[in-house]
Design a binder for this molecule. Structure first.
Ligand code: ZN
Ligand code: ZN
Length: 76
C-alpha cells in the first residue's frame, strides 16, 4: 500500500521546500510559502484575503494584473 503522504512542495517564490503547514496554492502546481507570495510589481503581500493573479509565472495583485492586461492590450 502506498503512502500518499505529502511530498514537499517547492516554493515558486524562493525555490525552497515548503515545510510550513500553511501553503498558498494558486494554480494546480504553483505553491508559495505564505511569506513569499507577493505582487511582483508593488511587493504587496498576497494571501487568502487578497486575490492573487498569475501571469507568465509572476504573481500580481488585482490592481497590477488589470494594469498589466490593459497595457498588453494597447501594445498589441
Ligand atoms: Zn518561499
Ligand atoms: Zn501589486
Amino acid at each position: 500500500m502506498f503512502c500518499i503522504g505529502r511530498k514537499f512542495s517547492l516554493c515558486v517564490g524562493c525555490g525552497g521546500q515548503i515545510h510550513d503547514q500553511y501553503i498558498l496554492r494558486v494554480a494546480p502546481n504553483l505553491e508559495w510559502h505564505a511569506a513569499c507570495l507577493k505582487c511582483c510589481e508593488c511587493q504587496m503581500f498576497l494571501d487568502e484575503n487578497c486575490t492573487c493573479f498569475v501571469r507568465d509565472g509572476k504573481t500580481y495583485c488585482k490592481k497590477d494584473y488589470v494594469r498589466y492586461i490593459f497595457k498588453n492590450d494597447i501594445e498589441s
